[in-house]
Design a protein. Structure first.
Length: 172
């Protein structure tokens, strides 16, 4: 499997939007409220992240097949309402909008992609990486745990069905 991760560019935006729509449909098919009803990633979100060098794409066989963003904290996420973050490191980055095109799902690429983003965070000097997902998104939870994150608690986004499980990865 020929894959690599690189910073996203404006030329990738159309494909990134299609990946978001594919992800929205995938979550809906599982009965998950995450990313539904106008709540979830958009092209303008990705455009802002791309301009700030915070958006990344996964290329599989040279084709844009995944998107994720790495946002320096504080990233606008609400505080945990249950549990607590390990605050032993002075700065963190949050991993957001992890999505793969339906054509490459089921190949273990989500974990590969997340590991590459974690390495990028390490290269940028981050030792604390955070991510969250809906409590019913069992597939994402498995990937999050597989790449080494630890469950830290619950947060509530100010949207319908906004409860999220929060995870943290500390890198030494």
């Amino acid at each position: 499997m020929n894959q690599k991760t690189r910073l996203a560019t404006r030329d990738d935006l159309e494909k990134i939007q299609a990946i978001f729509e594919s992800g929205r449909g995938y979550l809906a098919a599982q009965g998950l409220p995450q990313w539904q009803n106008g709540y979830g990633p958009t092209g303008p979100d990705a455009a802002l992240e791309i301009e700030a060098d915070r958006g990344y794409v996964l290329l599989v066989g040279g084709v844009v097949s995944g998107y994720a963003s790495l946002i320096p904290g504080p990233d606008g996420s609400p505080p945990l309402t249950e549990g607590e973050w390990d605050t032993s490191h002075s700065r963190y980055a949050a991993l957001h909008r992890v999505a793969l095109d339906r054509a490459v799902r089921g190949r273990g690429l989500a974990a590969v992609f997340m590991r590459e983003i974690i390495q990028r965070a390490r290269d940028l000097g981050y030792q604390d990486i955070r991510i969250d997902t809906h409590p019913e998104n069992k597939i994402m939870q498995r990937v999050i745990l597989k790449v080494g994150f630890t469950y830290r608690g619950i947060m509530h986004l100010p949207i319908p069905e906004g409860e999220r499980f929060a995870y943290q990865l500390l890198i030494d």
